[in-house]
Design a protein around this ligand. Structure first.
Ligand code: NAD
Ligand code: UDP
Length: 316
């Protein structure tokens, strides 16, 4: 792909799990400069360790709810800044709402000033506890605005609305990606999401903490596939929202069994209370990504889990 050769790119939230892989990919694509801007609230500079020696890469410690200044031209702004795990945003209620609203506004202002393409990381959570299955981009969702998860869901819905308003009123070139559950190396072991939770439990030989009866479903996408979707979307001219996720849907109970099989260790599966508002089902309809971007996921769950578990093992 020649799109990013010689381009200057800003990644908001670039020290996070997904953001750090995106920075690496953009540099591999021949970008002239990649600047990661992050306040490290859930991210870590360790994720960027391999990039720090690359003269084209730069890290700026900054809360994007404040005005963002970047020297020189910028061609693309990717906004990935936001707590993303239910445990994180349940400790960072107001920070999550602020970064989705004020932070997105600051990112859009930067893109407008630089005449850059702006890509917003949205989420399958904007569909809430979906009544349509699988979820197409035309589905407007089922979110209760006062439930605990709403700080994240509504902030992301507002962000989509703000991005659309900038496109309509200022003629900004924008992209919106609705990311479904993504996993891989560099997730934080303690971030509470099911992949690091179950992988950590498997490696320590502990019981798996299954929330509820485990009949709820998710569809897990390996991080390399997601990043490929992000770079394809930003390179396209598709302004409507696009789902990026792996349609391979699993019950959480069967997912615990898959982790145990891939790790070759782990205890019993024990039930814990289901968190309030936990969506019962989730699977992306990826027709739009397939037809408009020529994108589809390539890494099957067993292979992605093997790669993820190998990384977590190496960290121990
Ligand atoms: P992450 O927590 O690892 O990364 C988010 C990054 O944003 C962190 O480095 C954090 O420090 C930074 N950040 C948060 N608030 C900030 C602020 N005010 N100023 C500057 N930086 C700030 O999470 P992730 O899994 O890498 O998610 C990246 C993006 O993708 C998020 O926007 C998330 O909502 C979205 N997303 C992720 C998933 C997934 O499964 N990983 C699913 C749906 C959507
Ligand atoms: N989950 C679980 N045990 C855990 C962590 C999560 O059973 O230790 C469940 C959780 O209730 C949800 C699913 O796994 O049904 C995915 O949770 P995660 O937090 O990873 O993502 P999200 O709910 O945002 O899709």
């Amino acid at each position: 792909m020649n799109t990013y050769r010689g381009k200057r790119i800003v990644v908001l939230g670039g020290a996070g799990f997904v953001g750090s892989f995106l920075c690496e990919r953009l540099l591999r694509e021949g970008a002239e400069a990649v600047t990661a801007i992050d306040n490290l609230v859930t991210g870590n500079r360790r994720n960027l360790a391999e990039l720090e020696s690359d003269a084209r890469f730069d890290f700026v410690h900054h809360d994007i709810c404040n005005p963002i200044t970047v020297k020189g031209p910028v061609d693309y702004v990717f906004n990935l800044a936001s707590p993303a795990s239910p445990i994180d945003y349940a400790q960072l209620w107001l920070e999550t709402m602020r970064v989705g609203s004020e932070g997105t506004l600051r990112g859009l202002e930067l893109a407008e000033a630089k005449k850059a393409v702006f890509l917003q990381a949205s989420t399958s959570e904007i569909y809430g506890d979906p009544l349509e299955h699988p979820q197409r981009e035309s589905y407007s969702g089922n979110v209760d605005p006062t439930k605990p998860r709403s700080v994240y869901d509504e902030a992301k819905r507002y962000a989509e609305s703000l991005v659309s308003a900038f496109r309509r009123s200022r003629g900004l070139s924008t992209r919106i990606v609705r990311i479904f559950n993504t996993y891989g190396p560099r997730m934080r072991l303690e971030d509470g999401r099911v992949v690091p939770a179950f992988v950590g439990q498997a490696l320590r030989g502990e019981d798996f903490t299954l929330f509820g009866d485990g009949s709820q479903t998710r569809s897990f996408c390996f991080v390399d596939d997601l990043v490929d979707g992000l770079v394809r979307l930003a390179a396209s001219d598709v302004m409507d929202p696009v789902n990026i996720g792996n349609p391979d849907e699993r019950t959480i109970k069967s997912f615990a069994e898959a982790v145990r099989a891939a790790a070759g260790s782990g205890g019993a599966i024990v039930s814990r209370p289901l968190p309030e508002g936990d969506p019962k089902q989730r699977r992306p309809d990826i027709t739009r990504a397939r037809t408009l971007l020529g994108w589809e996921p390539k890494v099957p769950l067993d292979e992605g889990l093997r790669r993820t578990i190998a990384w977590f093992r190496a960290q121990r």
